[in-house]
Write a protein that binds this ligand. Structure first.
Ligand code: ZN
Ligand code: FE
Length: 241
């Protein structure tokens, strides 16, 4: 049976993903910024949270760890390289490690740049990846603790997951990213069409993620950057806003 993946919007633009594996009954929260809405949603569905998976240390990804663990006794998995900044971690993982949610298995990818130890989780059998703040719809994370070279490598690693892979990112930044993307590639027809859809969705207050690797390959100016230098220039231009 496939995973059930529920989007929980919290704070101003964060998404916490609640992931339920029906065979075992296990449920995990990815990057719980806060506890309350996550516990409430799980309870409403009759799901017991058994795990939390963190992608990086930022408080808007780990702020709910302690309270959810306190309420449920769940086990928390996160980046080994950031364990000193995530004191609630039970299991510390990095590139190539396997993590299980009941009957399904995910592989850990190191994707440093937004933070120095940022990781992603890829469920190959589910064609799903949880990427935190590394890849966004038409965007990528800011380079707070890493380099454009690392982010360029991350883009290659993520695009290799295959076009049909669904990408669960941690923020609703799509419209702002798309406006910037259009300044880079105003004649990209796939991008123009996507922005029309995104604008319509946002007008109705609807979410625009998950995205897919295929869609990002067609429209994301950071994934489409042809060199490290080009990615660096685009990232700097977006940061200047
Ligand atoms: Zn972050
Ligand atoms: Fe974030």
């Amino acid at each position: 049976m496939p995973l059930e993946i529920i989007r929980i919007p919290v704070l101003s633009d964060n998404y916490v993903w609640l992931v339920h594996e029906p065979t075992s009954g296990e449920t995990m929260a990815v990057d719980p910024a806060v506890a309350e809405p996550v516990l409430t949603e799980a309870e409403r569905r009759g799901w017991k949270i058994t795990q939390i998976w963190n992608t990086h240390w930022h408080p808007d990804h780990t702020g709910g760890n302690a309270a959810i663990k306190e309420a449920t006794g769940c086990a928390i998995t996160g980046p080994a390289a950031e364990s000193d900044r995530i004191p609630t971690l039970d299991r510390k993982v990095g590139e190539g490690d396997s993590v299980r949610l009941g009957a399904v298995e995910a592989r850990v990818l190191d994707v440093p740049a937004h933070t120095a130890g940022h990781i992603a989780y890829h469920f190959a059998t589910e064609q799903a990846a949880f990427v935190g703040d590394t890849l966004f719809a038409m965007g990528c994370g800011r380079l707070f603790e890493g380099t454009a070279e690392q982010m360029f490598a991350n883009m290659r690693k993520l695009e290799a997951l295959g076009d049909d892979t669904r990408v669960y990112c941690a923020h609703e930044y799509t419209q702002s990213n798309g406006r910037f993307a259009l300044t880079v590639e105003p004649d990209n027809e796939a991008l123009v069409a996507r922005m029309e859809e995104v604008n319509a969705l946002r007008e109705r207050g609807e979410p625009t993620v998950p995205t897919t690797i295929g869609l990002e390959k067609a429209t994301n100016p950071f994934m489409r950057a042809g060199s490290v230098e080009e990615l660096a220039e685009r990232r700097a231009a977006k940061d200047r806003g």
